[in-house]
Ligand binder design. Structure first.
Ligand code: SF4
Ligand code: SF4
Ligand code: SF4
Length: 284
């Protein structure tokens, strides 16, 4: 386990059926937001590895992008945002965002053709050949991650962080963003090891970290997890309970097959379910 990740690991893609219990030994990444310096090198590295941009590294040194919060797009699978701290204006917190690779992914649960699937190694993978372009996954994802190639008129696909699935599996190295992070605030390892690491950091430095590992339990747990020194709501991370989204949405899908509901109706029902879920979360 290290910022550079685990070398020589085998990430053979053993696909878990949607809804099955995830392999507890799957991989993950721990993001220590207290170490992030906002250099955006992870963004550049991701863009290079995924052939999203041929811009040089210098182009990613532009800090004007921090003026407003950004979301992932079809051209950027990860973005870093700056969150001012009113009590410490000299020290804002930078937070990298990407797909969280949920243990019980709502996107995979909503996908009728199995284009999105959670793999035992921790990645939620996407198969553009199976995708029918319905974009239910975009409605279902509570982290608002999947983007769509609206500018690609002929072969648009849903796009999101792949956890560098093939790179990691074939090269045995960590994801490109983890590999590039100068202060090593990203750690790639087995999820269980990351939880131990995170608990150790909190125990040895309680003044630096809140006693909360974001992603350990949220929505059933995620492969990417965060340590913070400030409440997550101040850092653009949404607050969630522990219940996985598929427990809200799967009954709707079963209704499709049982009662022959047209897919567009599911789209509306999913959107309604997500709204209901949001308001329930607000009440809790
Ligand atoms: S964050 Fe969204 S896109 Fe990523 S695995 Fe979870 S539900 Fe799917
Ligand atoms: S894991 Fe790979 S695809 Fe995901 S943000 Fe990092 S570099 Fe990009
Ligand atoms: S490379 Fe590391 S330190 Fe730099 S912005 Fe990305 S996560 Fe933060």
């Amino acid at each position: 386990m290290a910022g550079a990740g685990v070398a020589g690991v085998s990430l053979a893609p053993r696909a878990a059926a949607n809804g099955e219990s995830p392999d507890p030994e799957g991989f993950g990444v721990l993001v220590d937001t207290t170490e992030c310096i906002g250099c955006r090198k992870c963004e550049w590295s991701c863009a290079q590895a995924n052939k999203l941009s041929d811009k040089p590294l210098e182009a990613f040194e532009d800090t004007s992008v921090f003026e407003s919060p950004r979301r992932m797009t079809a051209g950027a699978y990860t973005v870093v945002n700056r969150h001012a701290d009113p009590e410490n204006p000299e020290k804002p917190t930078f937070v990298k965002a990407q797909c969280m690779h949920c243990l019980r992914p709502a996107c995979a649960s909503a996908c009728l053709v199995g284009a999105l699937r959670r793999q035992d190694n921790g990645a939620v993978s996407y198969d553009p050949w199976k995708c029918m372009g319905c974009r239910y996954c975009m409605v279902a994802c509570p982290f608002q991650v999947p983007a769509y190639e609206y500018n690609n008129a002929l072969t648009p696909v849903v796009s999101k962080c792949s956890f560098c699935f093939e790179r990691v599996r074939d090269g045995g190295g960590p994801p490109a963003c983890v590999d590039m992070c100068p202060p090593m605030c990203l750690t790639f390892a087995k999820r269980g090891e990351l939880l131990e690491l995170a608990r150790g950091k909190i125990a040895t430095n309680p003044g630096r970290y809140l006693n909360h590992i974001y992603g350990e339990h949220e929505l059933g747990g995620t492969s990417w997890m965060y340590l913070t020194s400030r409440p997550v709501t101040e850092l653009g991370l949404l607050e969630f309970g522990e219940k996985p989204i598929p427990e809200y949405t799967e009954p709707l899908q079963h209704g499709i097959f049982k009662y022959g509901l047209p897919p567009m109706l599911l789209f509306g029902l999913l959107a309604t379910a997500m709204k209901t879920f949001d308001s329930k979360e607000e009440e809790e």
